[in-house]
Design a binder for this molecule. Structure first.
Ligand SMILES: [Zn+2]
Ligand SMILES: [Zn+2]
Length: 292
């Protein structure tokens, strides 16, 4: 079943394979009429996405972002929709985050040098492309330099949490990120909760995120099974959250990949999100098609 809406997609500005223009075109072609581009910790793909969206009269584009945060033992991703992505303080915060990620990657490259497994910083950056530099790119450089034979081996031997080249990230809690998003008029949604449910403590987390201003939870996501969808829809209604969803399309293949719009997201919760945006005076940040 193809949904008319997809609120979670990536482009080349983070770790997706398609440019924002190609993504908008593919989504439109698939029948999506309400799309949000939600690259990881970056909004730089939005101008191109808006330009591409202009070519379709009946297409709504919502400015978005997906931010990585940490809780003990797990990573929590928060989507922000309808953010004021021109806000200087917000942009400043994003560039600081990017800087700390760069520093972390450089430190790991230095550690590898000390371990006699040198990789060049240029190659690491090459593998990252326009996206944020991270451990997967260092792993690819290690493979290219023939220090390891696979990305998994690079993680096992050097880059995993207990590996000799590992450097911890600056931790950012999900509550902090939610207030950051709410401060720029965004609506915050908890992304792909399956792993969090499996790890336990999801309800406590929802309680605390709700208090911090969370308004949505991803219920219709990629390969989520009908019974999982039921579980998360129940949680959404219990915590007063809008049951949203997206394909999290990256274009990199894999068995869990779904095309933009290839998720059973009904239109009603999306309209709820739009209504909330209108209530908060954020609706005009999206490119709204009149025939939505
Ligand atoms: Zn994510
Ligand atoms: Zn994502």
């Amino acid at each position: 079943m193809v949904s008319r809406a997809d609120l979670h997609c990536h482009s080349t500005f983070s770790d997706g394979r398609l440019t924002p223009t190609e993504l908008v075109d593919l989504a439109y072609h698939n029948g999506v009429r309400i799309l949000s581009l939600t690259d990881h910790d970056i909004v730089d793909g939005l101008p191109e996405a808006f330009e591409a969206a202009e070519r379709y009269a009946d297409f709504t584009l919502i400015p978005g972002i997906e931010m990585s945060t940490d809780v003990p033992g797990n990573e929590v991703h928060i989507l922000g929709h309808f953010i004021d992505w021109h806000n200087p303080a917000f942009l400043d915060r994003l560039s600081h985050l990017q800087e700390s990620r760069l520093n972390r990657a450089r430190l790991m490259v230095e550690k590898l040098q000390q371990l006699n497994k040198p990789v060049s910083w240029e190659r690491v950056q090459f593998f990252a492309g326009e996206g944020a530099v991270g451990r997967p790119h260092i792993a690819l450089a290690l493979m290219e330099a023939r220090h390891v034979s696979s990305v998994n081996e690079a993680f096992d031997l050097y880059l995993s949490r207990n590996g000799p080249a590992y450097v911890p990230r600056d931790r950012l809690g999900p509550e902090e990120v939610i207030s950051l998003l709410v401060d720029v008029g965004g609506m915050a949604t908890l992304a792909h909760p399956r792993e969090l449910l499996a790890a336990g403590g999801l309800e406590n987390l929802l309680e605390s995120l709700r208090a911090a201003g969370l308004t949505g939870i991803e219920v219709y996501y990629q390969d989520y099974l009908p019974e999982e969808i039921d579980t998360f829809r129940d949680l959404a209604s219990r915590y007063g959250l809008i049951p949203l969803g997206g394909s999290d399309y990256h274009g990199l293949g894999g068995p869990q990949q779904r095309e933009p719009g290839d998720i059973p997201l009904p239109i009603e919760p999306v309209q709820k999100l739009l209504a909330l945006a209108e209530e908060r005076g954020a609706l005009d940040r999206a490119r709204i098609a009149h025939s939505r």
